[in-house]
Design a protein around this ligand. Structure first.
Ligand code: G6P
Length: 613
């Protein structure tokens, strides 16, 4: 969702804010704005559309000052327009707010403020926050107190950052619920606030993270944190190890392509220090699990949204097979409201690259409330999903900027494989010989991903064949059924082609009625236990005139003889094959989107972190 950045220090704030917004634009990109304290007043510049529009507006009408806030928006209340872009000012123009989240009682508060004589300059819920703070700041009440009081009136989940012309030496930031992070960054004689780490990495790696229900006072030289009801909080700085170059495009035309190519490294990093390839041992100390606890688990529920839910679908198969624990997958937005049946012998595993997806966090809260053992698999160290869990695994992929997730899909596949192996050993369900064999194969995985990437050029044919289609079907079975879902999601997200995924065995129960010359079928058919079934599925499609693009295994000559385009990948066992089969599907979606002239890194209507329901 929206990106927030704020600065207070000796430097000119505007370039720092604009640069921070550039690094956060993936979070939302329908409008952007900055507000800077300039000569005792607050100057606001806001523009609909991409950040480049705002940059031009600031060049045309520069602002100079040492304190400021910025925002890049993903619209909720009010269309994307100049007047609805953040920051939003109170009627006096002296209090200015940027906000991430939805004010659920916005209409009620707006009416209340209108009764007080307040008139509104935008359609947004955020302006209500600015006006409320103004109301409470009357009679000389300090900004910090006014913000605390205003935040106390809001329903919903929020990240809020405020500056005031009356108190130019401070920024006030607050977090309520799970509407994304509020991160404080400490520099030398300067301080930063942001919704997300990439905005700060150029300036500092020393960061503190607000929890829900906390409010911070940030000055040039430091910060203090309290709960909304006034109790001081010890919120220590942590050093994060992401580096700024990891959030740059380098020589790649798009972040997505860069991130697809990074998977060789990111998978290696995900295994680093966790695996003894000789002994077939796996070490996951951050999970905090021992043999007794592992043996107590009766059921595993994996919960997530979007791409992470497809990783969960693979994880379910791995955990059942390797650890012999019944496992289910639940979409987080459904799980949270279903009053799920959980107990302390259920392990709930939440997967979230951002660690701040509102539905996933709510699902985790539900699991915690009901006493389940709670683990998370996250990419962002320090995120709420990491901190809330009893134990966690980090993906170790570095920042992922492309909105369509790629490297943050394959890393949790490896994490879940390692988890399956570990649970299998701790529970005595995975024979040592099999464990050693499976772990040994893992060592080859980054290299095999590299081989898939090296064949990128061979996807030009299938990409051209898909360029002008309006619909297509993705089919898979077994451990590659989830890859059909993920492949279809990649294509629809970035090329806007309607792509539907099915477990291949379901074709005959309906979707086969759709197959004709205009319905391409993308089939996942590596040599695995489901190979023969996929082969007959391909036959049935071809018999109805459909075009078939198939991912198959090197050396297979049966599939290439039947299909229109064969995409071979190196041979690997079925437990790890999803990590390879997804690579050509990521590249295929990318190439199709480029051919169609789509905005690959910032597809329409989407956002990287979905911090609203
Ligand atoms: C958004 C993103 C997806 C992501 C999903 C879940 O929809 O566009 O790429 O898979 O959120 O995000 P999470 O951070 O929880 O993995």
């Amino acid at each position: 969702m929206c990106g927030i950045v704020a600065y207070i220090g000796p430097r000119d704030a505007a370039p720092i804010l604009l640069d921070g917004l550039r690094r956060l634009e993936y979070r939302g990109y329908d409008s952007a704005g900055i507000a800077v304290l300039q000569g005792g007043k607050i100057a606001v510049r806001r523009k609909a559309g991409k950040l480049a529009n705002l940059v031009r507006a600031v060049q045309a009408h520069p602002v100079h000052g040492e304190v400021g806030i910025g925002h890049t928006r993903w619209a909720t209340h009010g269309e994307p327009s100049d007047r609805n872009a953040h920051p939003h000012a109170s009627s006096s123009g002296e209090i200015v707010v940027v906000h991430n989240g939805i004010v659920e009682n916005f209409l009620e508060l707006r009416e209340e403020l209108a009764d007080e004589g307040v008139t509104f300059a935008s359609d947004t819920d955020t302006e209500v926050i600015a006006q409320l703070i103004e109301l409470y700041a009357g009679g000389g009440t300090p900004l910090f107190e006014a913000v605390r009081r205003a935040v106390g009136r809001l329903r919903g989940a929020h990240g809020i950052v405020v500056i005031s012309a009356r108190e130019p030496d401070r920024i006030v930031a607050a977090r309520l619920g799970n509407a994304g992070g509020v991160t404080i960054g400490a520099g030398e004689g300067e301080m930063f606030v942001a919704s997300d780490m990439p905005a700060l990495l150029d300036h500092t790696r020393r960061m503190a993270f607000l929890e829900s229900g906390q409010i911070a006072l940030v000055t040039r030289t430091g910060y203090s944190v309290e709960t909304l009801d006034g109790k001081p909080v010890e919120s220590a700085l942590q050093t994060v190890d992401w580096d700024a170059t990891a959030a740059e495009k380098g020589n790649y035309p798009h972040f997505m392509l860069k991130e697809i190519h990074e998977q060789v490294r990111s998978l290696g990093d995900t295994m680093a220090g966790r695996v003894d390839f000789e002994q077939g041992e796996v070490f996951l100390p951050t999970l905090k699990i021992d043999s007794a606890a592992a043996r107590r688990i009766r059921r595993v529920i994996l919960t997530a949204c979007g791409t992470a839910s497809h990783a969960a679908m693979v994880g379910r198969i791995l955990i059942e097979r390797l650890a012999r624990i019944p496992a289910e997958v639940d979409i987080a937005s459904e799980f949270r409201y279903r009053d799920p049946i959980l107990d302390d012998r259920t392990a709930v595993i939440a997967i979230s690259q951002s660690g701040e997806t509102a539905d996933t966090l709510a699902a985790m809260e539900e699991a915690k409330r009901k006493g389940a053992l709670l683990w998370s698999i996250v990419n962002v160290v320090g995120s709420q999903a990491m901190r809330m869990a009893d134990g966690y695994l980090s993906m170790q992929t570095g920042p992922e900027i492309g909105v369509a997730s790629t490297k943050a899909f394959t890393a949790p596949l490896v994490d879940l494989f390692l988890l399956g192996i570990l649970l299998g050993r701790l529970r005595g369900t995975l024979p040592a010989a099999e464990r050693r064999k499976r772990v040994a194969e893992l060592r080859r995985l980054p290299g095999l991903v590299g081989e898939c990437l090296a064949r990128e050029a061979s996807l030009a044919g299938p990409a051209a064949a898909l360029k002008d289609v309006t619909h297509c079907l993705y089919l898979g079975r077994g451990s590659n059924m989830p890859i059909a879902y993920e492949g279809a999601l990649k294509l629809k997200e970035i090329s806007y082609i309607h792509a539907e995924a099915y477990p291949a065995g379901e074709m005959k129960h309906g979707p086969i009625a759709l197959v004709d010359k205009s319905m391409p079928v993308i089939a996942l058919a590596p040599r695995d236990p489901w190979y023969e079934k996929m082969l007959s599925q391909i036959e049935q499609t071809k018999a109805r005139g459909g075009m078939v693009i198939a991912v198959c295994t090197d050396g297979d000559d049966r599939i290439p003889a039947k299909v229109d385009y064969a995409i071979p990948i190196p041979d690997v066992s079925w437990t790890l094959s999803p990590v390879l089969t997804i690579i050509p599907l990521q590249l295929l979606a990318y190439q199709v989107a480029v051919l169609r002239g789509c905005d690959v890194d910032q597809p329409r209507n989407l956002a990287k972190s979905v911090t609203v329901e």
